[in-house]
Ligand binder design. Sequence first.
Ligand SMILES: C[S@@+](CC[C@H](N)C(=O)[O-])C[C@H]1O[C@@H](n2cnc3c(N)ncnc32)[C@H](O)[C@@H]1O
Length: 211
Amino acid sequence: MTIWHQRWTANQIGFHREVVNDVLEKYWASIEPNPKGSVLVPLCGKSIDMHWLVEQGHEVIGVELVQKAVDAFFNDANLTPSIEHLDGFTRYTSGKNTILQGDVFALSPSLATCQAWYDRAALVALPSSIRPAYVEQIHALCDPGSVGLMITFAYPQEQMQGPPFSLPNEEVEDLFGDSFIVELLEQIPLEDEKDRGLTNVHSSVYKITKI
Ligand SMILES: C[S@@+](CC[C@H](N)C(=O)[O-])C[C@H]1O[C@@H](n2cnc3c(N)ncnc32)[C@H](O)[C@@H]1O
């Protein structure tokens, strides 16, 4: 059982938000996604941001490892998805909402090809050693010209084990720099999280374009 299965089983999902992310609402139109494009949401959990993206007219393809999260996403919205088993994944579809249940690192473009992506609490959920493989997957699953909106979280890594793992701006440049155009849209200082022992916390918002 992975740490994520344990967290979902124990309902330790403090990352989940009951309201649409305000950064998504503020910046999505400004990154100029193809209005008819499909949006990849890696490590989607049961994020209601996916409903907001559908309301903007997109097909949305979430990818989530844990079955309980996928069930909760559709149950919470009173949706009954159709279910297919494909290539090691289970595909849940209802209208323009799709979630592929499985490991994002095993996903091939034959199951998901996108023109945009949205990353909130995804890359920061992964330790640094795994992040290059995540970026390779985004590259493989998104068409050239695809735009991504990514929200990071950074703090002095020695203050906490993670997840979330700190993602400093320099690491974003190192990870995406070669095959993407990286634009920092905003850096947001956050309140110190004294309960978690965190100081100097900030979040950065990026537009990332696949070349
Ligand atoms: C920190 S949560 C963020 C969820 C969502 N993005 C949100 O904003 O609420 C990370 C999610 O990624 C899922 N996850 C972790 N590793 C994964 C993998 N290899 N493939 C697919 N999903 C994964 C976890 O089960 C968890 O639901």
